[in-house]
Design a protein around this ligand. Structure first.
Ligand code: ADP
Ligand code: MG
Length: 775
């Protein structure tokens, strides 16, 4: 029997999905595939696994003894939802577990397992029938993450296979059930896709208990949306009744910046300070109702007016809304409040403990203010939000299929996303959403839905995964949305280069039907939770005495560059504070002191960069990271080492965990290879560095760049740094440059380099660069 804490039992009854338990369970028991749609916060993620558990799924000896598996596109969600469901059911984390790339609480007694979609995809390579599961829930299907899309395609086949085997009474196999859950109603890509599901699966819509949310558009669209968000938050806080505020921005730096500004205005410390310095009483602002005041939409007479939906000709250029501020001053509207803000940032690079702070109630008498990326759009429902400020943008990694150039681009979200964001304000009562863009812009420039990830990312990793599951003709795969044909061809080519696929016999008429088969090498590569290029390096790494180093390099490159360059080399010359909690108030005291501190910090930064760049004598960014990984382990990890060496603690921890995990995979799959994980890594010697460089060159054989110009001019003077020196990179027509953060930026430009990433910002930059000698 299920035992829930009384307070949970009470709160559950308020969730719309709980009223639908019976029809949902009926549909699941009668159909192999069911689609459940329900607004964010209706209880899908936390409750559906519990419905299944209560009716015996995941319980040994029952009709459906196999585990209940739930996939999430985001790690934060997998971890926090497992903890939440364990708490609701009063079960341990070994019964309700999570598994993400770096971390797992699963045990033989696990009944409910939350995991990232990537984890399940790799499990399929080892066990295509998923025999340990009785039901798989694919959550957040609307996000259309690449792995989720692939999973839905693969699982549609697995469900069929398990059903056939069960009918033929083979091996005691029971049917597998598949549940697809989505927060938006656009499920036709799944439901009406007959190659995916030959008969249409039932779609259950959970009636939303959503309170009305009033949408307020801005009259103009300001490009400086971070300031605009702070300004809007200030107005909401000083003038509107209590209620949580959720601000959507696009990334870490913006979020930290906004948090600092708000902290300086309304943080507890700032208010205490103000109170001390002030004798006159403040104006309390919470006496206006939102309906009376359309924030920020004042016409020239200072009267509130509604946005004219048919307003013509948007002037996107004349954007600054300073006029608004002047107007406020004329109107004598103060920006004071005695209510402190409890400000919580939320973004993926934040440590898990800090991410969980959004679920804690704010201290009494404070207003909760969450400043978040789109994590808070559908994955996490933050309680008590009444106001939403939406910048309307999101940062997305864009990838140019033709030449591999990546760019982190900030672009408009879809209308569906904007609706989700607004909806966050209506969970507990009527709410308000302030959009920092005009209605005309929204109507004309926002797409209805966002593009599925599979159409904008490189796919060699998934192609290899699919081949290892014996899906040879990837082109015939039942994708919910098919990837680009060029991307597919490119993926096969890269995999062939790496030796993971056999050479395909060229067939000019139908290039796609002539696909290569997976090789033994490819099958081995598919075992590792890293991209094929990296797994190739791991496989070759065994032949030398360098395996622990290669494992560390691959782990570090998979996690991403851990160095915090922005801290010191901030684009606008400003230092970005590592910790959003430290408030401006502390820094304001003495600007001279602050400047000294900044200089000291810069010095410390360059010293530590110098030290780590010395491994391999300034020849490789990869070795620089290897150096810091070694140092970190010798120091026994810790915050102190991280701040002294300007690295992100979370990244260092993930590198550590990934090293352990990869070592394990090697140990279990390669008999005779000693890969026992020993965290402490002595620095590699000269000979080992040479081998490592060769392995890197082999892994990046198709990512080579050659310096375009002679560096010894007619006068015999040699260029002393790589700054501004153009390179010709394979497959890229434009000039490419070595990134300023590279160790090679400060030494004479080498003739040949390999690179791990190419990124477009103001120019095309090569990152993760290593000097190679042409052979
Ligand atoms: P959905 O998946 O439909 O978006 P969820 O199952 O995630 O909905 O959320 C249901 C409810 O549970 C929400 O009201 C949410 O605030 C609450 N909830 C989820 N996780 C936590 C948590 N860790 N602490 C407190 N409340 C939570
Ligand atoms: Mg959910």
């Amino acid at each position: 029997a299920v035992k829930r804490p009384p307070s949970i039992e009470e709160a559950r009854l308020l969730l719309p999905i709980v009223a639908e338990e019976q029809p949902i369970m009926e549909a699941i028991l009668l159909n192999p595939v069911v689609i459940i749609c329900g607004e964010t916060g209706s209880g899908k993620t936390t409750q559906v696994p519990q419905f299944l558990y209560e009716s015996g799924f995941g319980t040994p000896g029952s009709e459906n003894p196999g585990m209940i598996g739930i996939t999430q596109p985001r790690r934060v969600a997998a971890v926090s939802m497992a903890a939440r469901v364990a708490h609701e059911l009063s079960l341990t984390s070994s019964r309700v577990s999570h598994q993400i790339r770096y971390d797992a609480t699963v045990s033989p007694s696990t009944s409910i397992k939350f995991m990232t979609d990537g984890v399940l995809l790799r499990e399929l390579a080892n066990d295509f029938l998923l025999v340990r599961y009785s039901v798989i829930i694919i959550d957040e299907a609307h996000e259309r993450s690449m792995n989720t899309d692939i999973l839905i395609g693969v699982l549609s086949r697995v469900v069929k296979l398990r059903e056939e085997m069960w009918k033929e009474r083979k091996d005691d196999v029971k049917p597998l059930r598949l549940i697809i859950m989505s927060a938006t109603l656009r499920v036709s890509d799944f439901a009406d896709n007959t190659t995916l599901f030959s008969s249409r699966p039932p779609v259950i819509n959970v009636a939303a208990r959503q309170h009305p949310v009033t949408i307020h558009f801005s009259r103009r669209t300001s490009p400086n949306y971070v300031n605009e968000a702070v300004r809007k938050a200030t107005k909401i806080h000083t003038r509107l009744p209590p209620g949580g505020l959720l601000i959507f921005l696009t990334g870490q730096n913006e979020i930290i910046g906004a948090c600092r500004k708000l902290e300086a205005k309304f943080g507890k410390k700032a208010l205490d300070l103000k109170k001390k310095n002030r004798s006159r009483p403040s104006q309390q602002g919470a006496d206006v109702e939102p309906e009376d005041l359309d924030l920020g939409n004042f016409d020239q007479d200072g009267l509130a007016f509604d946005v004219d939906e048919n307003m013509d000709q948007e002037d996107l250029e004349a954007l600054d809304s300073d006029d608004e501020q002047n107007l406020d001053e004329e109107l004598g509207l103060g920006e004071d409040s005695d209510v402190p803000m409890h400000i919580v940032p939320l973004y993926s690079l934040l440590s898990s403990e800090k991410q969980m702070r959004v679920f804690e109630p704010p201290p009494p008498g404070c207003r909760l203010v969450v400043v978040s990326t789109n994590v808070a759009e559908t994955s996490l429902t933050i309680p008590g939000i009444r106001y939403v400020v939406d910048c309307g943008r999101a940062k997305e990694r864009r990838y140019d299929i033709a030449n591999g150039i990546q760019a982190f681009q900030i672009s408009w979200v879809s209308k569906a996303s904007a609706a989700q964001r607004a909806g966050r304000a209506g969970r507990t009562g009527p709410g308000h959403c302030y959009r920092l863009y005009s209605s005309a812009l929204f109507e004309h420039h926002f797409e209805e839905f966002s593009t599925p990830e599979i159409q904008r990312m490189p796919i060699e990793g998934v192609v290899l995964q699919m081949k290892s599951m014996h899906i040879d003709a990837v082109v015939n795969f039942p994708f919910p949305t098919s990837p680009d044909k060029i991307a597919m061809r490119k993926a096969e080519k890269t995999l062939t280069h790496l030796g993971a696929l056999t050479f395909a016999t060229p067939d000019v008429k139908n290039a796609l039907s002539s696909v290569g088969q997976i090789t033994d090498l490819g099958r081995t590569m598919a075992l590792f939770p890293v991209s094929p290029r990296f797994s190739r390096m791991l496989v070759s790494g065994q032949q030398h005495d360098c395996l622990p180093y290669i494992i560390s390099i691959v782990s570090a490159m998979s996690v991403g560059d851990p160095f915090l360059y922005e801290e010191v080399l901030g684009q606008d010359g400003s230092d970005v504070e590592n910790d959003a909690e430290s408030s401006l108030v502390n820094l304001r005291s003495d600007s001279v002191k602050a400047k000294d501190a900044r200089n000291l910090k810069r010095k410390a930064f360059f010293q530590s960069q110098h030290m780590h760049s010395s491994l391999g004598s300034y020849s490789s960014d990869v070795f620089k990271v290897l150096s810091v990984v070694g140092g970190y382990e010798y120091a026994g990890g810790g915050q102190k080492f991280c701040s002294e060496n300007f690295v992100r603690p979370k990244a260092m921890e993930e590198i550590h965990k990934l090293r352990a995990q990869i070592s394990n995979i090697v140990q279990t799959n390669f008999p005779g290879v000693d890969a026992k994980f020993a965290p402490k890594l002595p620095p590699p010697n000269e000979g080992q560095l040479k081998v490592l460089k060769q392995l890197l060159a082999a892994g990046f054989i198709d990512q080579v760049a050659v310096r375009k110009i002679r560096i010894e001019g007619a006068d015999g003077v040699q260029v002393s740094t790589s700054k501004g020196v153009p390179y010709k990179a394979m497959g890229i027509s434009e000039d490419a440059f070595i990134h300023p953060s590279s160790v090679l930026a400060n030494v004479p430009p080498p003739d040949y380099v390999i690179f791990s990433e190419v990124i477009r910002t103001s120019r095309i930059f090569l990152k993760g660069v290593t000097v190679v000698n042409p052979s």
